[in-house]
Design a protein around this ligand. Sequence first.
Ligand code: NAP
Length: 304
Amino acid sequence: MAMTEHKTTAERGILIDGKQTARRLRQSIAHHVEVLVADHKIMPGLAVVLVGDDPASQVYVASKEKQAVAAGMRSYVHRLPKNTSQDALLELLRKLNKDKKVHGILVQMPLPKQIDTATVLRAIDPAKDVDGLHIENVGRLASGLPGLVPCTPLGCLTLLRSIVPNMSGLHAVVVGRSNLVGKPMAQLLLRENCTVTIAHSRTPQLPHVTRQADILVVAVGKPQLVKADWVKPGAIVLDVGINREQNAEGSRLVGDVDFASVREVAGYITPVPGGVGPMTIACLLGNTVAACCRQNELTVPELR
Ligand code: NAP
C-alpha cells in the first residue's frame, strides 16, 4: 500500500506504540524458544559482557538479562572490572565463541579507554554476533545476504513494517550515520526499495533535506533537533534519540525530535520513551533465536 494512502488529516500524529509492539515480539520469541526446547532440546543462550561500572550500561545489561530469562532463554552476564585488560576480554570472548550453550554474544558499549572497540568486535564469532557489528555482518547487510543486523535499526524496521508493509519507492531520510544506527538503518531501507538519503553533521540545509522524507529516521543525539517545519505533512517519523534533560523538577528523557510540535505535522510518530527504545532489546532476543537456529541448522522463524 502506498504511504500517501495513509496521509489523512484525521490520522496525523498517530503514536507508534513501541512498548506494545515490543511486547508482542517478545511473546512471539518466547513461543519459538518453547518450541526449540520442546522439539529440539535446545535452549537459546545469550552472553552479555559488561566492562566497568557505567550506570547507564548497568541498567541496560540488567534489562537484557531480565528479558532474556523472561523469554525462556539462558542468560550469562559477565561483569568485569573497569581496569580489565584487552587480552583478558579477548580471552573471555574466545571461551564464549567455543561455548555450545552460548548462541549470542554482546559486549556492552562503551568500553574503557584501554580496550580497542574494533578489535573486540572482530573477536566475536560472526555467527554469535547478535549486535550485528562484526565486519562480516556489516558486509552481509550491505551485500543483501542473510546475517545478523544491529538491533535498533531492526526494531525501527519492524515498527515501520507495522505501518507500511510495502515501502517501495518511498523517500526515506536517515539523519545520523553511525555504524550502530544510521548506516545499517539506511541499508535496511534500501533493501525495502526506498530511495534513501543519509544526512549528517555536515549536511547543508538539513531542514530542506528532511522535508523531502516520507519516512524520517533521526539518530543524532541532539535533544529536540527536528522541528515541525523540518517535516513533510503526513510523514512517518521515528525518533531514535535518547537524551537526558535536566529541568527544575529533575531529569527527563527526550528524543532528537521536538515531539509536541512535530506530532501536529507527522502522520505517525514514535514517542521517547516508549517508541524505538523498547524494540532494541526485543530485537536482541530475536537475533539470539535466529543465531541459535542457524547454529543448529534449523529454519530461522519469522519473528514479528
Ligand atoms: P553517534 O554515534 O554519536 O552518531 C550521531 C550521528 O549524528 C553522527 O553521524 C553525526 O554526524 C550526526 N549528527 C550529530 N549532530 C548532528 C546535527 N546537528 N545534524 C545532523 N547530524 C548530526 O550516535 P548513535 O549511536 O547513532 O546514537 C544516536 C542517538 O540514538 C543517541 O541519542 C543515542 O542515545 C540513541 N540511541 C538509542 C538507541 C535505542 O535503543 N533507542 C540505540 C542506540 C542509540 P557525523 O557523522 O557527521 O559526526
